[in-house]
Design a protein around this ligand. Structure first.
Ligand code: GUN
Ligand code: ZN
Length: 439
């Protein structure tokens, strides 16, 4: 691949920070140079072109705003087809909609078609990295990774582990779940840009034997990810008390089975005790803040301020199909409202950080993605700053970058994405139809 030169307004967060509003880099007229799928240079366009006039011909001028590809730290690809399913809270929603849908992924061809649709939709929504739940079927994971690999996308995925409290068609066993996960992990983790997450669905659907095997696998592969759900819904928490009476709280169940460490990603974390916040912080684990899902399923309000005050790492997530949009802009809008209901304001820089550099730092992948630093992988998107009449008028009236960003975050969805690039290659362009990759 030859060098590419992308010129336009550019915004990103170059480093880890607790104050994103004071630590962003904004170039009004910037130049992003990409070679071999990596960012080779970022700086002022005119300076670069004055020193390298011969590249002028190759420069691509972008009218919109260039930002890093967005990160969705918790999403279920088999649930895209049941997004917007009516009238249930978590446990009934799982039984009524989710478990029936997931049974279809026993067919590899079905899984592959859905993985293709899901990844194309992620790119259309500006997301280039996600931590993804497959189903209990190993072929749902290999299908996903095969499609992701065909786009050279940096994705995290894992086989769901469930050996109880769900339909028998979706059950594995402690032993089979361990061996199937290990095989997938050994095949896919760090294979190109693919990463593996050991994925016990949540404590109610795993026996202690299964959680112990998952913890054993995590110890055997300390650089792998772990993803699961934690304290999402009050009835679920009550069920944990009944299923695991010997443990002090929900997180203690995971701790006892060696599942709480760096690169452990816990979906939701709404109904936590003081002890759980402190234990999460000291372990280096991450909470996935899933605002649209928490509102849609009526699960509760995640207390972002409390998590921050306790030093717990947080990354934003869609949790589709519980969530109602794959757009990390729509999820930023919901995150803002969840904070407002708790008398707190989430700044537009804070929320963008939570689905770019902040998510990458929390997940330990910031040398690869989440920013536009030299040496990072060239995953970036161009935002359309005239996407709809409403947003165009609002942006024209906005005077500061903060005001513009807040309007985009609040009103944006897939319509604000003009183009998406993965490892320097365009994988989505507004108005252009993409044909499925030949596998
Ligand atoms: N808890 C266990 N499984 C799930 C799931 O698929 N979605 C959500 N939102 N919560 C869960
Ligand atoms: Zn989830």
């Amino acid at each position: 691949m030859t060098r590419q030169f992308h010129r336009g307004s550019i915004l990103h967060f170059p480093k880890a920070t607790i104050a994103p509003s004071d630590n962003y880099q904004y170039l009004q007229d910037g130049l992003l140079v990409v070679e071999h799928g990596l960012i080779q240079h970022l700086g002022d366009a005119q300076d670069y072109l004055d020193n390298n006039p011969e590249v002028q011909q190759a420069v691509v001028q972008h009218q919109g705003l260039i930002i890093p590809g967005l990160i969705d730290s918790h999403v279920h690809y088999p649930q895209v087809e049941i997004i917007a399913s009516y009238g249930k809270q978590l446990l009934d929603w799982l039984n009524t909609y989710t478990f029936p849908a997931e049974q279809q992924f026993v067919e590899a061809a079905y899984a592959r078609a859905q993985a293709e649709f899901f990844l194309q939709q992620l790119f259309a929504h500006g997301t280039t990295t996600a931590s993804v739940y497959a189903t209990v079927h190993p072929q749902s994971v290999s299908s996903f990774f095969e499609v992701s690999e065909s786009y050279n996308a940096r994705m995290i995925c894992g086989k769901v582990l469930m050996d109880r409290n769900c339909p028998t068609a979706l059950q594995d066993s402690a032993e089979s779940g361990y061996h199937e996960s290990k095989k997938l992990l050994e095949q896919w983790h760090k294979n190109g840009r693919q990463l593996y997450a050991i994925t016990p669905r949540f404590a109610p659907t795993s026996s202690e034997a299964q959680l112990a095997k998952a913890g054993q696998l995590a110890k055997e592969h300390p650089d792998s990810f772990i993803q699961t759900h934690l304290s999402e819904n009050p009835t679920e928490v009550q069920w944990i008390n009944e299923l695991f009476p010997d443990y002090s709280d929900y997180l203690a169940v995971y701790e006892a089975h060696d599942l709480v460490r760096e690169r452990s990603l816990f979906g939701h974390g709404i109904h936590l005790t003081d002890r759980e916040y402190l234990a999460l912080a000291s372990s280096g684990a991450t909470i996935n803040f899933c605002p649209s899902s928490n509102l849609f399923l009526g699960s509760g309000l995640f207390n972002y301020q409390r998590a921050q005050a306790n030093g717990v790492a947080v990354a934003l997530a869609s949790d589709v199909g519980g969530g109602t949009s794959l757009s990390m802009f729509a999820n930023q809008a919901d995150a803002y409202k969840v904070c407002q209901l708790q008398q707190a304001s989430l700044s537009p820089f804070d929320s963008l950080y939570l689905c770019t550099q902040g998510a990458a730092v929390a997940m330990g992948i910031e040398t690869q993605v989440g920013n536009l630093n030299v040496g990072s992988e060239a995953d970036f998107i161009e935002l359309d700053l005239q996407p709809t009449p409403m947003l165009s008028q609002r942006l024209n009236k906005a005077s500061s970058l903060s005001e513009k960003l807040f309007a985009i975050n609040t009103l944006g969805d897939d319509r604000v994405i003009n183009a998406t690039y993965v490892a320097g290659k365009q994988v989505y362009k507004k108005g252009q139809h993409y044909v499925a990759t030949a596998l």
